[in-house]
Design a protein around this ligand. Structure first.
Ligand SMILES: [Mg+2]
Length: 217
């Protein structure tokens, strides 16, 4: 009888383990995830998280001495500027032509806590540099949008040139940072919503801005 009980127990454990393994390999339901993301953004939970991230970032930068060549690199999309409106319109999908149109309309809005960090660094005399995966033909509309949203007096705005369109984000951004260092900048920090904005050499203090909508490697 004991032997039978052990066999049944053993089988139950195997079935349970198999169930757990197969459950963990199943993806979440996309429709439900989209609802969850929408709720996180529209309930203001994202803003609370952002405030916390920026508060910690400000403390980290406070401890750094600023020299006349000190610079902080900011990413643009979902870091300095929010494209939530078009992301929502596209049901959190990506249609390159519509994204292009959106950028040319210059309607992205400042992410306020990030703007505050930018202003505090500006006050301390830090050089502010934007490196964006946006393309060269977006340069002027990006420039206009940044100024209109209060990101004034930045030092440099870098977008992708045609020969750089196909380069992976991390490689592109690292190579641009290396060029800046070559020119004499000391990059004390990088602020971006993607890990590819922050990984690689010359990034300094890494500030990861939350983005639950898309991932760029
Ligand atoms: Mg970005």
């Amino acid at each position: 009888m004991n032997f039978l009980r052990e066999q049944v127990f053993g089988c139950a454990v195997i079935i349970l383990l198999f169930g757990l393994v197969s459950c963990s390999s199943m993806p979440p339901n996309l429709g439900l995830v989209k609802k969850e993301v929408l709720e996180y953004y529209e309930s203001g939970k994202i803003d609370k998280e952002l405030e916390e991230v920026i508060e910690k970032a400000a403390k980290k930068f406070q401890s750094v001495d600023v020299k006349n060549n000190s610079a902080v690199v900011f990413d643009i999309d979902e870091t300095a500027l929010s494209n939530y409106e078009i992301n929502k319109q596209l049901d959190f999908g990506y249609i390159p032509e519509l994204w292009d149109e959106w950028i040319l309309e210059e309607k992205a809005t400042a992410i306020k806590p990030v703007k505050r960090l930018y202003d505090s660094l500006k006050e301390r005399g830090v050089k502010l540099i934007f490196i964006s995966g946006r393309k060269d033909y977006h340069y002027q509309s990006t420039y206009n949008n940044l100024i209109a949203e209060g990101y004034s007096s930045f030092d440099t705005l870098i977008t992708r040139q045609p020969h750089e369109y196909q380069i992976k984000a991390q490689e592109f951004k690292s190579s641009k940072r290396a060029e800046l260092v070559e020119k004499g900048y000391d990059i004390i920090g990088s602020v971006g919503d993607q890990f590819s904005d922050l990984e690689g050499p010359y990034s300094g203090i890494k500030i990861k801005i939350p983005n639950y909508i898309y991932y760029i490697d």
